[in-house]
Design a protein around this ligand. Structure first.
Ligand SMILES: [Ca+2]
Length: 98
């Protein structure tokens, strides 16, 4: 008799299931060129330099580096003109990948 409640849950789940809602593709440029770091880029948006505008910190799988893109415009319309590679004690941070 335990099968009946399980069957009921499956039927209710199928009836009320919703299609996944995927976010649209996010395209961003830096100095007029598409940012392309290959597969498995890991962006994080935050006000990294504390100027009130949200910047982008982008982890890169290949090479394991982390890029910092300062936002030169507004939060609603970010503009990235250049990037720098994050360092610790003067040495480029490189995380193992793979
Ligand atoms: Ca900022």
């Amino acid at each position: 008799m335990r099968i009946l409640p399980m069957l009921l849950l499956v039927i209710v789940g199928v009836i009320f299931a919703q299609a996944p809602n995927y976010q649209s593709f996010y395209y961003q440029e830096c100095a007029g060129v598409a940012i392309d770091v290959g597969n498995y880029g890991a962006p994080c948006i935050a006000d990294w330099n504390n100027d009130g505008n949200k910047d982008m910190v982008l982890g890169i799988f290949s090479g394991g580096n982390i890029r910092f893109y300062a936002n030169d415009n507004t939060n609603d319309s970010p503009v990235f003109s250049s990037y720098s590679t994050l360092k610790a004690d003067g040495v480029t941070i490189s995380l193992p990948s793979g």
